[in-house]
Design a protein. Structure first.
Length: 492
């Protein structure tokens, strides 16, 4: 059964070994603990459709999730205990430490500055990450669209070939039927490739837009929180709501640190996988889910039909040239064999293929696809219509109608021959290999760097705001005690 675009890439040679066809990409880098498999090592390689892969890569972020949980519980319990203390057994504050007051103020300033720097780092990183991923996604989609467009162009020229006639001759009916069959397969392959690529790109864009918005909001809120918290602390204003909001935001930020560590590792795994696939382009791998190859059987048949149609069209043209245009027939011979043709012989069109469809070198005196129409134009005669037939009235061996038909056949043959390298590349999946090679060389470094920027920015922001919260409480306490102590000493 025909599938158009397949999940398993096939090489030109179908006898690829099983070991090569089941290559596990980035096996060394993905050798991680799998919590879904009793914490045994994951050995399946890079595979974004495998839940065990995601579980193993998510496990690398467990330290951040643990920190988030510990922070949430400890600071939450501390808040509860503090509130209960002030509500139930509040006493007048007395005494304060100048060293503790000064150190808490210095630390508060430093951690507020660190939080601001982290927010700037986070915002810059997400902006560059979004631009890089958008460019990467656009490149992959453009490559898929380029392939789809070329497939549709080849199908269009094959369709034109079915309708071309030179004189009274056309392509054999059997070949026309083969063309119709391969057109159906090509259309299915192009539609499947286009729909899968567009569907995947839309999903990725939605995720990227959500991530971008979330990071922008987080950076803005954390920056505002750090700045407002610092100002309130300096002016001695206590705001329990602000502390609670900061407590929750720090927890969320630590969780996001883990999420972006996972994303950073997935990007690194993907880039390594692409590098390895480029070295083994005939392998069946999980990368088929990103950009699938066209079914090898379809690509082979398309290439074969393209060559066959080109060769047959050249044969039709040369048959008309040899048996009609260049033949000096008696004047009493009825048209279309006789139309008062005279003058130098029309050169044959070079057939780029031998009878076995291997490449052929043009013989001396033949015209090629690049200059045929211009050369043949010199052999066109002026005509008059006699009983509906074109008869030459000047020297020449081609009537305008014959020239037009030959030119149409030559144009279609030229177009199909022009797409031969594309079909060869399609057959061995070169277009996917080129895409992944370019992606690995030009986009992977940026993606790795910018996910790391976001990851570092999140760590810096979460840590800075976490310590800022702690020193908000300490500084506010010391400031309150300091004010009370001064008032107490002034009264005595």
């Amino acid at each position: 059964m025909y599938t158009g675009v397949i999940n398993n890439r096939r090489s030109v040679a179908e006898n690829t070994t099983e070991g090569n066809s089941s290559l596990k990409l980035a096996a060394h880098n993905t050798y991680r603990r799998d919590p879904l498999n009793h914490f045994h090592r994951y050995t399946g390689g890079w595979n974004i459709t495998d839940k065990h892969y995601w579980a193993s890569v998510a496990f690398t972020a467990v330290p951040f999730f643990v920190v988030a949980l510990v922070w949430f519980l400890i600071f939450g319990l501390s808040l509860i205990c503090t509130c209960l203390y002030f509500c139930c057994c509040r006493k007048a504050p007395y005494g304060y430490s100048r060293v503790c007051y000064a150190l808490s103020l210095i630390c508060l300033v430093l951690f507020t500055i660190a939080a601001i720097i982290g927010c700037i780092f986070l915002y810059t990183g997400q902006q560059k990450f979004h631009n890089s991923t958008a460019t990467t996604l656009r490149y992959v989609v453009d490559q898929a669209n380029y392939t789809v467009e070329n497939l549709n162009n080849v199908s269009h020229y094959l369709d034109e070939a079915k309708n071309i006639g030179v004189g009274q001759m056309r392509l054999p009916e059997t070949l026309q039927n083969k063309i119709s069959d391969i057109q159906t397969k090509m259309s299915s392959a192009a539609n499947t490739l286009e729909s899968r690529t567009n569907e995947n790109s839309k999903k990725i864009r939605r995720v990227l837009d959500f991530v971008r918005l979330a990071l922008i909001i987080l950076a803005a809120v954390m920056l505002l929180l750090a700045f407002v918290g610092f100002l309130l602390s300096i002016f001695g204003v206590q705001c329990l709501v602000l502390v609670i909001v900061g407590w929750l935001l720090v927890t969320i930020t630590f969780i996001l640190c883990g999420v972006f560590l996972v994303l950073h590792n997935v990007v690194a795994d993907t880039c390594i996988s692409m590098d390895q696939w480029v070295q083994n382009p005939t392998s069946h791998t999980a990368l088929d889910d990103i950009l699938p190859c066209v079914d090898n059987a379809t690509a082979q048949e398309t290439l074969l039909r393209s060559k066959e149609v080109t060769s047959q069209l050249v044969g039709l043209v040369n048959l008309v040239i040899g048996n009609i245009a260049n033949t000096n027939v008696p004047p009493n011979t009825p048209p279309p064999l006789y139309f008062n043709q005279s003058g130098p012989s029309v050169p044959n069109l070079c057939n780029p293929y031998n009878s076995n469809l291997s490449n052929r070198t043009c013989a001396s005196g033949e015209v090629n696809f690049n200059n045929a129409s211009q050369v043949w134009k010199n052999y066109v005669c002026e005509i008059k219509k006699v009983s509906g037939n074109e008869i030459c009235t000047t020297t020449g061996r081609l009537t305008p109608t014959m020239y037009s038909q030959m030119n149409s056949a030559e144009n279609v043959g030229y177009a199909l021959n022009h797409y031969t390298p594309f079909l060869v590349n399609l057959q061995d999946c070169t277009f996917v290999r080129s895409t992944f090679s370019y992606f690995s060389a030009n986009h992977c470094p940026g993606l790795r760097k910018y996910t790391q920027w976001i990851y570092i920015g999140l760590v810096l922001v979460s840590a800075a705001v976490m310590f800022s919260l702690i020193f908000w409480v300490i500084y506010a306490r010391e400031r309150r005690h300091r004010v009370y102590t001064k008032q107490f000493m002034a009264g005595h």
